[in-house]
Design a protein around this ligand. Structure first.
Ligand code: ZN
Ligand code: ZN
Length: 112
């Protein structure tokens, strides 16, 4: 039902393991976790993309989802309906810590 991923960057940024995708409770609580970042704190975290506003746990600002950065994504209006494979569209992503496009997502496999 999802991927276990971690964001890593040569600058030293390493995120927690993020359970990307929909979980056991999806059909009851509608939670769908996707990676997001906070430019203020320089962290990458997994957040529920179906919520209208997801806040950074540290500074309480709104986080930005990587799916919003995916060029070919047409999901901007409805990120909740984004496909799971957008992370494969680009090799490198914005790093909130060093502010370069050098962040990569490593996959640890599938979960269900
Ligand atoms: Zn923050
Ligand atoms: Zn970096």
């Amino acid at each position: 039902m999802g991927n276990i991923i971690q964001a890593v960057c040569p600058c030293g940024l390493e995120s927690e393991e993020i359970l990307q995708g929909i979980g056991f409770g999806y059909f009851t609580n509608g939670i769908r976790t996707e990676p997001a970042y906070c430019d203020t704190c320089g962290i990458v975290i997994g957040r529920d993309i179906c919520k209208s506003i997801s806040k950074c746990p540290t500074c309480r600002r709104k986080v930005k989802f990587y799916v919003e950065d995916a060029k070919e994504s047409k999901a901007e209006d409805q990120p909740c309906l984004a496909t799971d494979d957008y992370l494969q569209h680009k090799e490198h992503w914005h790093c909130p810590r060093c502010k370069k496009e050098t962040l990569a997502f490593e996959s640890f496999g599938l979960w269900d």
